[in-house]
Design a protein. Sequence first.
Length: 167
Amino acid sequence: MSAGALGLAVFALITACSGGGTGAGRDAGADTRRQVPTWKSGVTPAEVGELMHVPLPDEATDRRAAYQNGFQDDGLLLAFTVPTARVGAFLTRLAPEQPLTHRAKALTRSVKPMTPFARLGLKEPETLADVRGGPVCAPCAGELNSLEVAVHPIDAQRSRVYLRGVD
């Protein structure tokens, strides 16, 4: 076989194996475009709180929320500030199955979550020191698959609550 014929045969084999045609091994109904998560516009903290089954405390301020339509699962973000004295009561209402852990130092590894709090203009809780957090349901109610909470004191009077859910 000549070099030209061998090259043509290899090209034909690669093309056939790459799914370029409509052969029997290919799902003709499959959408082959790469699907990327998109952010839903106009979502409110109350809506996201409802999807998470988390009522927002009346005294919550600086309420922020985002909803990411994912390929398989959706991502939910909710963050707000509450008086530090009210954090314990809020966490009790979440009814964590295990005690939340306290982390004194920021994590040293790079953190790139699928649903980043940067979307809300906030630092990731993993990059902060003096954070209490952990999972609060597994599995959760309704469509919610998981929910994690993190609490970071902003100052002596206020703390920010971060909630990240997968729906």
